[in-house]
Ligand binder design. Structure first.
Ligand SMILES: Cc1ncc(C[n+]2csc(CCOP(=O)(O)OP(=O)(O)O)c2C)c(N)n1
Ligand SMILES: [Mg+2]
Length: 620
């Protein structure tokens, strides 16, 4: 009989997680960098005690909001290109459901995170326990069932022996490039504390290998034939290129065959900003170069892209191009009625490189692309190099703020920008320059307000050697800022630039573009009581959370503040008032929004008509 060790379920869980290793830069390191935790009665006694025992191998970090700490964990995994990750544990009830939004975020973005919410007593002797939801028809329902549709693997551990099958499945899901996403193991509080004789070998250190599917011959040959017939090919580079570590292959492909590359929000940073074949951001928030090329291309090779509506301009951007979808996930190879090439991005590009020997895009097309790309770089330089306000009451807009941040790096473009929602994702997608993979960290699958600061913390934990710039609007800041305190507490410095335009600027503009009146977005357009709308002092707020902070009046002052921020030893928050109306006009593309078919407002009717017109270009 094999040797056994008597452990509680929680002790076994933590011990197993610490035994999972990966290779990073030729060294074996733990797959899990540790665990974020907020305790309550649903996890403090069981899992809490186990985490304490293993705290040297498996550090526990205390945060201030369960959704936020899950954002940090997800951002950590994204920064590590899904090769390393973190666990997140909460109590039962509200702590658990606070993590559901983060689970959905990881689900949409295909990012690994191990969620460990506590759960009600399996024995139900106290029933209901504090924070238990009661279903009148189903005794087995708990709040944690909310995780099911937003987890790639869900399990409720109702007996300690179940870990023997659940944990290998959890790790397989978290590290599988196809299925990758959140795993939720709901942990009833009584079962966490129950003991079982586990086989010792279950806990032996194990090096996790990441699968990389090779292309299938028939699909490969069909793809090669389609590309060989192309005269005006283009690549759309998605997050999968970064996760597959395929940036060298992407560069080689673009250079060998003279093919321009447009980058999605998740894919940006795969090719350096100044590469001649870098056509910039693609789609609704895209560069004029990439979007012009996409509409003229005859074949588009989408690599590692989910082809979401922001990439395809709601299916209107790719003209008559034949789309090839090279993707590790068969689900994504079917989108856009593509020619499928199911494979790891690096292996797929390698195989295409070999199979296409002798072929090249039309030289005119490559030259045209190089010219458009250069034009776009010039436009970006102009927008981001403005230093002095033309007049005293001039309010800068987000593009100019981005310029100041970039100039403060002495044009090395080695910082990391973190963002998720608001006006900034479009501005950053167009304007942010980066010279290395991971220098652009945008959560634009779920575009979740409140990801920014918490996400920045996870990025800094993953890349401590970098200056991490969290770019955030006033709205997102107010939605979730608690992890400023965590960043100070853990000594993980962030530079946070708050762009205060006093409201939900991007939605306000969208509202008017759809014909509606300005309503309930900018603070001045909202219902208020006798004190009017608040003048939030973000600098004071951040200072109260332990950060160094200042409010700056203009771009010149911002540049000085950025020097102080870079030199500071802790999280530094700079607040600047911005114009809510101005955005970068260059680039961009149509985006479909549901506009009322009938309305008493002329403007709505006009917007509806414009939308119907735009829909003519939408591919069905
Ligand atoms: C959690 C969440 N709620 C609502 C939205 C919809 N939304 C997207 S951007 C935005 C406003 C963001 O305001 P702010 O951060 O101030 O940026 P601004 O648009 O003003 O630049 C809203 C409400 C969202 N993306 N996420
Ligand atoms: Mg705002």
């Amino acid at each position: 009989m094999s040797q056994t060790i008597r452990l509680t379920m929680a002790q076994a869980l933590v011990r197993y997680l610490t035994a999972q290793m990966v290779e990073e830069d030729g060294q074996q390191v733990p797959l899990f960098a540790g665990c974020f935790s907020i305790f309550g009665h649903g996890n403090v006694a069981g899992l809490g005690e186990a985490l304490y025992q293993y705290k040297d191998q498996f550090p526990t970090y205390r945060a201030h909001n369960e959704q936020a700490m899950a954002h940090s964990a997800i951002a950590y995994a994204k920064s590590k290109f899904r090769r390393r990750m973190m666990a997140v544990t909460s109590s039962i009830g509200p702590g658990a459901t606070n993590m559901v939004t983060a689970a959905a975020l990881a689900h949409v973005n295909r990012l690994p995170v191990l969620l460990l919410p506590g759960d009600y007593f399996v024995h139900r002797l106290p029933d209901p326990v504090l924070q238990q939801v009661e279903d009148f028809t189903d005794g087995g329902i708990s709040a944690n069932d909310c995780f099911k549709p937003v987890s790639r693997y869900f399990d409720r551990i109702v007996h300690p022996a179940q870990l023997l099958s659940a944990l290998p499945r959890a790790i397989a899901t978290l590290t599988d490039p196809v299925n990758c996403g959140p795993v939720t193991l709901a942990l009833p509080q009584d079962v966490q504390a129950e003991a079982f004789d586990y086989p010792v070998e279950f806990f032996e250190p194990r090096v996790v290998r990441f699968r990389a599917p090779v292309p299938e011959q028939a699909e490969l040959q069909a793809t090669i034939a389609a590309l060989k017939s192309a005269k005006r090919p283009m690549i759309v580079s998605g997050g999968g290129v970064l996760y597959a570590n395929a940036t060298a292959q992407l560069k080689a492909f673009a250079e060998s065959f003279g093919v321009p590359v447009g980058e999605t929000q998740a894919g940006k940073s795969a090719l350096p900003w100044d590469h001649p074949m870098q056509a910039g951001a693609i789609g609704v928030t895209g560069a004029s170069a990439a979007n012009a090329l996409a509409s003229e291309a005859d074949v588009i090779l989408a690599v590692g892209s989910r082809l979401q509506d922001f990439t395809t301009a709601s299916n209107s951007l790719f003209g008559n191009a034949r789309v090839i979808s090279l993707n590790v996930n068969p689900f994504d190879t079917l989108k856009w009625h593509s020619l499928p090439l199911h494979a790891d991005a690096a292996l797929g590009l390698d195989a295409l490189q070999a199979g296409l020997a002798g072929w090249k895009a039309d030289t005119e097309w490559t030259a045209k692309a190089a010219g458009l790309n250069q034009e776009w770089r010039t436009i970006v330089s102009q927008i981001t190099s403005r230093t002095e306000p033309p007049s005293a009451d001039y309010l800068p807009y987000d593009g100019e703020v981005i310029g100041a941040v970039q100039r403060s790096s002495n044009s090395t473009h080695t910082d990391i920008a973190v963002c998720a929602a608001g006006t900034l994702p479009a501005e950053l997608h167009k304007l942010w320059r980066t010279s290395f993979p991971g220098g652009y960290h945008m959560e634009y699958g779920y575009s979740c307000m409140g990801y920014e600061i918490a996400g920045g913390l996870g990025v800094k934990m993953a890349r401590p050697e970098k200056d991490v710039f969290v770019m955030v609007g006033d709205g997102s800041y107010l939605m979730m800022n608690s992890e400023i305190a965590t960043s100070v507490m853990l000594g993980h410095k962030l530079i946070i630039v708050v762009q205060d335009n006093r409201g939900y600027g991007c939605i306000n503009r969208l509202q008017q573009a759809t014909g509606s009146a300005p309503f309930n977005n900018m603070l001045k357009d909202c219902l208020t009581g006798q004190h009017g709308f608040p003048q939030v002092d973000f600098a004071k707020h951040a200072e109260a959370l332990g950060a160094i902070s200042e409010h700056v009046p203009n771009i010149t002052a911002l540049e000085d503040a950025l020097k102080r921020a870079r030199a500071a030893d802790r999280t530094y928050v700079i607040v600047i008032d911005t114009d809510d109306r101005r955005v970068t006009k260059e680039g961009g593309a149509w985006w479909e929004v549901g506009i009322p078919a009938v309305s008493t407002r002329e403007q709505v009717n006009a917007a509806y008509a414009r939308n119907q017109e735009a829909k003519q270009h939408q591919k069905k």
